[in-house]
Design a protein around this ligand. Structure first.
Ligand SMILES: Cc1cc2nc3c(=O)[nH]c(=O)nc-3n(C[C@H](O)[C@H](O)[C@H](O)COP(=O)(O)OP(=O)(O)OC[C@H]3O[C@@H](n4cnc5c(N)ncnc54)[C@H](O)[C@@H]3O)c2cc1C
Length: 352
């Protein structure tokens, strides 16, 4: 029996099948190792894992490029309101995209970076797709157990391991700060809680403090703290994320854990906002709250992403392409799915 980590396909008994899986995992491991190695090198060179205004500035500059493209070519550019419906094909030449504000945009090419599930099971009329494609999407794994907590605090955490008690930012506040998860057993227990349907009793917390690097996002003396928290089931069996007392108790559990490492943390909190998996789904359109637009198990990568037979960014609807993390090579702030999709679109457009 082979346990495949990060993937619930628990065992593969057939010998040759097993070799293929292990071979693929080895290849994936080499790729992952190379990527990790590069990240460690980068971190060693830069001395910090955070980049000033990181994702925010990327989005800002991409937005500027998008809008200048729209100005120079009236038909190109992002719609300004949420999309309600993609109807394709309206004719052999045009697809139609309808925004919630009633705007209709006609275009021969439509690219969607909403999740494949959202694109096809929520935005496209359901009688326009082949049954096997719809079925495969319906049963794709969008499970997730990630929660984001954004906090405003009136002083920086004082980590007792640093034996400092100084209000100013030091190197310990820069980069990603890991709270708890001091052993594999502890991480495993946190994960097992979620597998059993309840939020981790001792969650795995990654903390970043972007205001240490970017002074423009908080008033002087105050700070912004982001917590990336695992593991929180989408539908807990012992309560509901819709219940404010249940939410508050989980948030307090996270703050108490941080308090163990940085006494005084709880009393420094001015306010916080918590995004559980259902909140990530509702507010950012992440199906199941999955931050990568679908599980990144081996059975949903490469030629199986988003579903077997449709990994080329093309879709069963002519002119409608996928370009987000739900396509190969998956989630992460890297732009690779978009770059690949753009090449496929260019190939199709340039076909005689
Ligand atoms: C809390 C969190 C932490 C993360 N941490 C990391 C990390 O440390 N490193 C890393 O590499 N990646 C991280 N990721 C993942 C990374 O953010 C994603 O992989 C990446 O943003 C995916 O880009 P995308 O363009 O494919 O999709 P998205 O960034 O999800 O963009 C999809 C867009 O479509 C929009 N949309 C959905 N439905 C509609 C509609 N009907 N009409 C109009 N617009 C719609 C959404 O609002 C969204 O803006 C994290 C994600 C989250 C949520």
């Amino acid at each position: 029996m082979v346990q495949i980590v990060g993937n619930r396909s628990d065992f593969v008994e057939n010998g040759s099948k097993m070799r293929i899986w292990l071979g693929a995992w080895l290849g994936f491991g080499i790729w992952l190792g190379a990527r990790l190695g590069f990240e460690i090198w980068l971190e060693a060179r830069l001395g910090a894992a955070q980049i000033w205004r990181a994702c925010g500035s990327l989005v800002f500059f991409l937005g500027r490029v998008g809008y200048s493209a729209e100005i120079s070519d009236g038909e190109c550019g992002p719609p300004r309101a949420p999309i309600d419906l993609i109807f394709a094909p309206l004719s052999s030449l045009h697809n139609a995209v309808y925004s919630a504000d009633g705007t209709e945009v006609l275009s021969p090419i439509v690219l969607s970076n909403a999740t494949p599930y959202k694109t096809f099971l929520e935005l496209v009329p359901n009688n326009t797709l082949p049954d096997d494609f719809t079925r495969a999407l319906k049963y794709s794994d969008y499970s997730s157990a990630t929660t984001k907590i954004n906090l405003a605090v009136d002083k920086l955490p004082q980590f007792q391991c640093c034996k400092l008690n100084h209000p100013d930012a030091g190197p310990q506040h820069v980069g990603t700060i890991h709270i708890g998860s001091e052993s594999m057993e502890e991480i495993d227990l946190a994960c097992q809680d979620a597998v059993n349907g309840v939020p981790s009793r001792r969650p795995v917390i990654e903390m970043t403090i972007p205001s240490v690097l970017d002074k423009t996002i908080s008033p002087p003396g105050k700070h912004v703290i982001n917590l990336f928290v695992q593991y929180t089931p989408y539908k807990p069996s012992d309560g509901s994320w819709g219940d404010s007392a249940y939410r508050e108790s989980f948030a307090q559990k996270c703050f108490s854990l941080i308090e163990e490492y940085a006494p005084g943390f709880s009393s420094s909190i001015i306010g916080y906002d918590m995004l559980t998996p259902p909140d990530l789904e509702r507010e950012i359109g992440l199906t199941g709250g999955n931050i990568f637009h679908g599980a990144m198990g081996l059975d949903s990568l490469f030629l199986m992403r988003p579903v077997k037979g449709w990994s080329s960014y093309r879709t069963p609807l002519q002119g409608l392409y996928l370009c987000g993390s739900g396509t190969h090579p998956g989630g992460g702030v890297m732009g690779a799915p978009g770059r690949n999709a753009a090449h496929v679109v260019l190939q199709d457009v340039e076909k005689p």
